[in-house]
Ligand binder design. Structure first.
Ligand code: PBG
Length: 325
């Protein structure tokens, strides 16, 4: 037989030599939840092994990440108060602003990214200001841009809008530029689907909408072409990186954008993906380590350049141990 695909599968050395997907820990971003208060380290019930930290306790986790080789973190805030207009999102002494200042001071080597959205800060839990029962897109843009600017002023290295309002990348880009922050990149959650995979996150952040759902702004998961429309629009508005979210059930979109766009692609393995693996492993139905490795590699094989995951530390370790990468 002339062509025997199995010839290249004999032995670990050869298998690694011909490996098509290469990755390392510099592509990983860890999402962290920071909560108003002191001395807090609460485990999130629907995300075992993940915690809400206060500004004074998050350092331990940041150190651990840096030691593991994970040098980028995405900050999510859980504020002390919520109101109709989400003012905690852009308050000078807001939770994210305080966390950023502290992280910048204590861990300057850490790359600080922030999630820019209103849903954790609004009393109604929607991702913008309301007009009746709908989110007022254009009014929300001003507040999102204001939030992004306040994050950068507090020490963010990159901002990542996740609200799915139309025109938000341009609004943020313009305000950052006007204020002399032309070099701060925007990673847009451009291809974000209305997904049940965010369930555990909404428990973690207390950000579930008080009425209705997010289908009026997040995308219908039957659609692929619409995802391309969002990605192309955001690139035109100045997005430096395009994110697909969730990851596992949307790898087709990762590949499509990688093949068509001219920007790095990020995939966010969201809370529900984490919870499913944890639950399955706890029940003894699956091998946790092997499943983490396989799902992480699947995202890179699909074409992502950047991978956001609650398993960042574990994945960095498995890479170091040569199990993947
Ligand atoms: C919005 C936001 C959400 C997530 C990241 N940013 C929740 C949502 O859109 O409802 C979800 C992340 C996850 O599930 O891990 N601020």
């Amino acid at each position: 037989m002339r062509i025997r695909p199995r010839r290249l599968r004999y032995g670990e050395i050869l298998r690694k030599m011909v490996r098509e997907t290469r990755m390392d820990a510099s592509s990983l971003i860890y999402p962290i939840f920071v909560k108003e208060g002191q001395g807090i380290m609460e485990e999130i019930p629907t995300m075992p092994g993940q915690y809400r930290y206060s500004v004074d306790t998050m350092g331990k986790k940041l150190e651990e990440l840096l030691r593991a080789g994970v040098s980028a973190v995405m900050f999510f805030g859980i504020p002390g108060y919520k109101d109709e207009i989400g003012s905690g999102a852009y308050a000078e002494d807001g939770i994210i602003q305080k966390a950023l200042a502290q992280a910048k001071k204590e861990y300057p080597e850490l790359y600080r990214i922030t999630d820019v959205c209103m849903c954790e800060y609004t009393s109604h839990g929607h991702c913008g200001v309301l007009c009746g029962r709908d989110v007022n897109n254009d009014e929300t843009l001003k507040l999102l841009a204001k939030t992004a600017l306040s994050h950068v002023q507090a020490g963010a290295d990159m901002v990542a809008p996740s609200d799915m309002m139309d025109g938000r990348v341009a609004a943020i880009r313009d305000l950052l530029d006007e204020n002399g922050y032309g070099n701060i990149p925007i990673m847009s959650y451009a291809v974000k689907y209305a997904s049940a995979f965010y369930g555990p996150f909404r428990d973690a952040a207390g950000s579930a909408p008080a009425f209705g759902d997010r289908k009026g702004y997040q995308m219908d998961y039957h659609n692929s072409r619409e995802g391309m429309k969002e990605a192309i629009l955001d690139i035109k508005e100045g997005a430096d990186i395009i994110m697909v979210k969730p990851a596992l059930a949307y790898l087709d979109m990762v590949t499509r954008i990688k093949d068509t766009g001219n920007v790095p692609v990020a995939a966010y393995s969201v809370s529900g993906e984490y919870a499913m693996i944890k639950a399955g492993a706890k029940l003894g139905y699956i091998d946790e380590e092997k499943i983490i490795c396989e799902t992480a590699v699947s995202a890179f094989r699909a074409g992502c350049d950047i991978y956001l995951t609650y398993f960042a530390e574990e994945i960095a370790q498995y890479m170091r141990e040569g199990k993947i990468g």
